[in-house]
Design a protein around this ligand. Sequence first.
Ligand SMILES: C[S@@+](CC[C@H](N)C(=O)[O-])C[C@H]1O[C@@H](n2cnc3c(N)ncnc32)[C@H](O)[C@@H]1O
Length: 487
Amino acid sequence: FVPLPSPRSRSSFAPSIIPVDDGGGGFVVVHNIIIPHPHHHPSSSSSPPRSPLRASSSSSSSRPAIDVGEFSPRNVRGLESWGTSNGVQMIEGLQLYTEDDGSDYQYVTTVDIPAGTTIMYIPSEMCLSSSIVAIELGNMSNGGLASSVDQLTRIGGQNSIADYHLFLKLLVEYERGEGSPYLPYLDSLPRLYFNSISMTDFCYECLPPLVFSLSRLERVKYDNFRQVLGKVDFISDYTKGDEAVLKWAFNSVYTRAYADKDGQGTDVTITPVGDMFNHGTMTEVEVYFDGPGGNAMVYTTRDVPANSPLRISYGCPTNPSFLFARYGFLDETSPATFCKIMDIPRTPENVDMGMDFSRMLFYHETGDISQEVLDVVLYAKVLANLKSSPETDGYKQAFYQAHMQGDEGTKAGIHEQFRYETLSAIKKHVDTFLESLDALEKKSYGKSLEEHPRLPLILKHNQFVKQTFLKVQANLEAAGVGVMEYA
Ligand SMILES: C[S@@+](CC[C@H](N)C(=O)[O-])C[C@H]1O[C@@H](n2cnc3c(N)ncnc32)[C@H](O)[C@@H]1O
């Protein structure tokens, strides 16, 4: 095994697993990775033209060769052999598994792997790096690309330009059809999604506020891409008008591309084959790039026993609503969930107090409330709404100062003094939120699942949140909170 230098980039699944039926063809497993140039640092602008990838066919037809409609099957069988014939290397024992008859796959290991082992290598020639793709697309365009990117910027999509370039690249390769070296990869990609891009308007009506607003953000990005696509001069009007293809390309980018989270650039990169790692709260692997537009390597971050999933982190495990909106799955391993208190303004002081989706938490197993919820509710609701009097003036400021200075004693004293008010405010929110979840559930009664196939997952998500809230409610009631209000 080849140990890696300490990672600079990032990237981030323990279920019972059913092996992929390989139809007798089997997946190619490559023994012992040999990394050609582990410290090669190509820059996006000076990169040599990429050597053409080997396609499964030498035909040069430009007809779309695959159906990416949401109910068409994906073809994962040829993915790994295509990858290895183009330079992907992986250790023995990595296997693609599916638990659901081939809708979703993930990598697992059948062998013990020590921490720090490079388990997969994807050469830069195969990776789709947004900055390199931008140059390639620019060369294909007579100005249409620049106008469309310009328009994207003007309508507020400046942070999505890198993803937009990858979106266009997937459309270009899709249109190349049999002539695309990426065809086996494109054909392996999922068609059916359960995320915000795929939901019906009615699905949106069944979403609780946080997941609703996160879903809207995703949908706006998609609508923006569709809007500015009109100006692009190397994609046919036929493809531009094909909603199924556009959603497939958008979802492929947003659920698979790795972003540079270390602030070294705005590149996002698709690493074919290396994009089959599912998300986990517990993770086993990370993805590392040896420079912008460079080779991608996947390495273990801890000792992994045989028959384990190999999971990365897609984002904060305590924000299952984001994972649901963007990726379309419910992370039931999530230890906690945002408390959904959304009526507190995001002032710098409130942020100092801990106002953040990933910190204001209710814990799923126990119904415990995080300290940040208690601090923010006390500071921004209870103390902020005290009637002004010589006795009450100054509490808010004193609490803020104690918090900023780490004076836990003063904080605890003020918490004790206003404990009932703080817990009552939380209880009131929990009661109201549970009522609204029930109302959302009732809306779905009698709806056709054929018309709204995402409804069951949305209801499951709402149930998951409801279970957590019920535990918080029970704890508060056991502590005597709210009893007086109802007496
Ligand atoms: C980068 S891809 C991972 C490979 C993917 N499972 C596949 O079959 O192509 C991301 C997608 O995998 C699925 N996924 C990832 N983590 C998951 C999890 N913990 N549970 C269920 N689905 C997950 C979601 O559909 C997500 O959009």
